[in-house]
Design a protein around this ligand. Structure first.
Ligand SMILES: [Zn+2]
Length: 396
């Protein structure tokens, strides 16, 4: 059976060992090693990645007590050099120890248990057995966790027989084991766990609570630790600096500045909408006088959105029984609209004829829209509607 280095020393990133077995299964190789530091997925912690003799390890999993390494190719010698993705392992280790400490503090301060732990490439969460947590509780939890990190408490790993478990006030005793691996944070808690852990709380670095979400009656608490937290801070610091530069504002004034921009923008769009109402009335009058004959008012616009064209169209149908056929080349869309007195069914026209011009859309009797990927076909469709459907064709 494989000697599991990840149980004894979480800081081994490179080692030499022998391949003990290899098997090709559906095109990938499943390899076992005499010694491995590759942690297989388990207990909320994802597997390690890295290389075996330069060949990428795609996944690592546990089968019974054996560790299986999945590779695309088989190394061509028995004695191999193994190498872990160090950054990934450190992130996992810091977050796993961080999770133990965070869960312990939630119990210590508020007697709230942890239901589950999940760690992925970009998030770490625990689900807490409570329907809600106040902002003050979150601040207290975060502060206490970081106090314990600063106190540099030892994290010890040792094995006990399962029948001794009651001595250690474990919140959960895993079943089916003769021995339990205990991870102790000195003076804080004992936890039965097979994961990789740092040796003192200060190696967690720092722990930040990021946000909470409600999840199936529990609170899902997102947190970040150590190296990942530093990367996250650097990225966000860059974003804030670049926004502050762009808005010529010191970072601490950004909330105020953005509030002002949003309210200016709201005011400007209210003014624009009022002016557009007036303008759309003028445009409607002009089109009504220019296109007196026939059942249609039809125009292609280059500068307005379909939403704006609907405002102009409603100005027309308020005064006339004609069917409006408008197109916006901004959006490659057309709008059919009338006030209900026309026998034309706008939605059916689109449904029955648009596809022949590579258009698609729909609507009801009085209003319909369609999108055309090709502007020439859009124009041909308008031509088709306004010449072929002049006789107020009733479409079933
Ligand atoms: Zn654990």
């Amino acid at each position: 059976m494989t000697n599991k280095l990840y149980y004894t020393d979480p800081f081994i990133y490179q080692w030499k060992t022998e391949i003990t077995a290899s098997e090709n299964k559906n095109g990938t190789w499943e390899i076992t090693l005499k010694d491995t530091a590759f942690y297989p997925e388990g207990g909320g912690q994802p597997c390690d990645l890295g290389t075996i003799d330069g060949i990428e390890v795609l996944a690592v999993r546990k089968e019974q007590d054996e560790v299986i390494h999945i590779l695309n190719e088989k190394p061509n010698r028995t004695l191999v050099n193994c190498s872990l993705n160090k950054e990934r392992r450190i992130e996992h280790t810091q977050h796993h120890s961080g999770q133990h400490l965070l869960s312990a503090v939630c119990v210590e301060l508020y007697d709230i248990g942890t239901v589950s732990f999940h760690l992925s490439n970009d998030t770490a969460t625990i689900d807490l057995n409570t329907p809600s947590l106040s902002r003050q509780q979150l601040l207290n939890i975060e502060a206490r966790v970081n106090d314990y990190i600063y106190e540099n408490r030892k994290i010890n790993v040792f094995y006990i027989n399962t029948n001794e478990a009651s001595k250690y006030a474990l919140r959960k005793v895993p079943s089916g084991h003769e021995q339990l691996r205990i991870v102790q944070i000195e003076g804080i808690e004992y936890n039965a766990c097979g994961g990789t852990h740092v040796q003192t709380t200060s190696q967690i670095g720092l722990l930040k609570l990021m946000k909470t979400e409600k999840h199936r009656g529990h609170v899902r608490l997102f947190f970040s630790c150590g190296m990942r937290l530093l990367k996250d801070y650097s990225k966000k610091n860059e974003w804030v600096s670049s926004i502050a530069n762009r808005l010529s504002s010191p970072p601490e004034k950004l909330p105020e500045k953005i509030e002002k921009l949003l309210s200016d923008n709201k005011e400007a769009s209210q003014k624009y909408n009022a002016l557009f109402e007036e303008l759309s009335y003028e445009i409607a009058q002009k089109l009504l006088s220019e296109q007196e004959d026939g059942p249609f008012i039809s125009t292609i616009f280059d500068q307005y959105s379909i939403k704006e064209l609907e405002i102009i169209a409603r100005n027309i149908t308020n005064q006339s029984d004609k069917t409006v056929v408008f197109a916006s080349t901004l959006e490659n869309k057309i709008l059919l609209l009338h006030n209900g007195t026309s026998p034309l069914h706008c939605g059916q026209i689109i449904k029955n004829h648009a596809a022949a011009f590579s258009g698609k859309g729909g609507g009801d009797a009085k209003k319909a829209q369609a999108f055309f990927s090709d502007i020439e076909q859009l124009k041909q469709f308008i031509e088709f509607v306004t010449t072929n459907l002049v006789q107020a064709e009733k479409i079933e």
